[in-house]
Design a binder for this molecule. Structure first.
Ligand code: NAP
Length: 307
């Protein structure tokens, strides 16, 4: 049995593992089947402090992992499928059939950005297709880009992208936005944003990078082409909390509801939350890392009190 298990290997999970290993707690990290998390689907990361020349997403995650291993963290390429959090030690089973127990648990399983599911869209992720304007917008200076979605994220991302892009097409499948009025107005009043209502993306063109989109009108069914070099998806995220439903307090969309906002505490003593699995607001590598640090410190204090 491990004293503490970390679920997830993005910046939140790895920072938690780093702090826990430096506290001599020998954490075991279940890193999932996409080790490194969402950052491994981006290319250059220019907004993580300490890398003035920038760093590639996968390399940043490799370095974080190496730093954890240096202090004794162990890694398993496996993920939790069931969890019994009703009593301690917590009991879990994994995808590969292992049965594990832990006195304390840090959940840093993240949220998966929703993509449209088009073959070429997924192939060109990190090469013009992105689900994070804050991370990748800078690379589209003077270019024409498209944002898909009609919620607050789409408004925010489209507005943010006008700092760099020459033109931002906001593609929405219906004839009205669900975004809050204030965010809509901001986007609609921005002269660099053009809204394409009743429109979906049917295909993404380009061999090694995005060169254009095939659009479809949802009313007439007609198709057309749009010349853009960037495609930003803002159609929501799916929090990875399935094994904890019915045990942990989750909000309406499945994100973990913290017991005390600003900490990592959940409704179950000994279970701590870190990163995007509860954070619907900031969703940055650096905020996730900070959140992982808090979870590790909370877990360490909890374990000290339950020797
Ligand atoms: P959201 O509100 O769920 O909106 C998702 C949008 O994507 C909807 O307009 C939806 O269209 C569209 N969509 C979903 N699946 C699609 C598909 N397969 N093809 C095309 N379009 C699709 O998600 P969100 O904008 O990420 O916001 C999530 C939460 O965070 C919300 O509560 C939001 O208010 C909050 N948030 C707040 C701020 C802020 O206040 N600064 C910023 C960002 C997010 P339909 O409308 O047709 O369903």
């Amino acid at each position: 049995m491990s004293r503490v298990v970390v679920l997830g290997s993005g910046p939140a999970g790895l920072t938690a593992a780093l702090y826990l290993s430096r506290a001599n707690l020998a954490p075991v990290v279940y890193e999932g089947f996409q080790p490194g998390g969402q950052l491994t689907t981006t290319t250059d990361v220019d907004n993580f402090p300490g890398f003035p020349e920038g760093i590639m997403g996968p390399e940043l995650m490799e370095r974080m992992k190496g730093q954890c291993e240096r202090f004794g963290a162990k890694f398993e390429m496996d993920e939790i499928v069931t969890a019994d959090l009703s009593s301690r030690p917590f009991k879990m089973t994994t995808s590969l059939g292992a049965e594990i127990e832990a006195d304390a648990l840090v959940i840093a399983t993240g949220a998966t950005a929703r993509y449209l599911g088009l073959e070429n869209e997924l192939r060109l992720r990190g090469h013009g297709v992105s689900a994070c304007a804050t991370c990748d917008g800078f690379f589209f200076q003077g270019q024409d880009v498209a944002v898909v979605g009609g919620g607050d994220s789409a408004m925010e991302e489209a507005t943010f992208l006008t700092k760099f892009a020459r033109k931002v097409y906001l593609i929405h499948r219906r004839d009205s936005f669900r975004a809050s009025k204030i965010m809509q107005d901001r986007a609609l009043n921005n002269e660099r944003i053009e809204v394409l209502w009743n429109t979906t993306v049917a295909d993404v063109k380009g061999a090694d990078a995005v060169e254009g989109l095939v659009l479809q009108d949802t009313v007439t069914g007609e198709t057309s082409e749009l010349d853009v070099t960037g495609l930003f998806l803002a159609i929501g995220h799916i929090p990875n909390t399935a094994p904890f439903k019915g045990q942990l307090d989750l909000d309406g969309e499945g994100y973990i509801s913290l017991k005390v906002p600003g900490t990592s505490l959940t409704n179950i003593e000994g279970v701590f939350s870190a990163g995007d699995v509860h954070d619907t607001n900031y969703r940055q590598a650096i905020t996730a890392a900070g959140s992982g640090c808090k979870a590790a410190m909370d877990a360490e204090r909890f374990l000290e009190g339950h020797e």
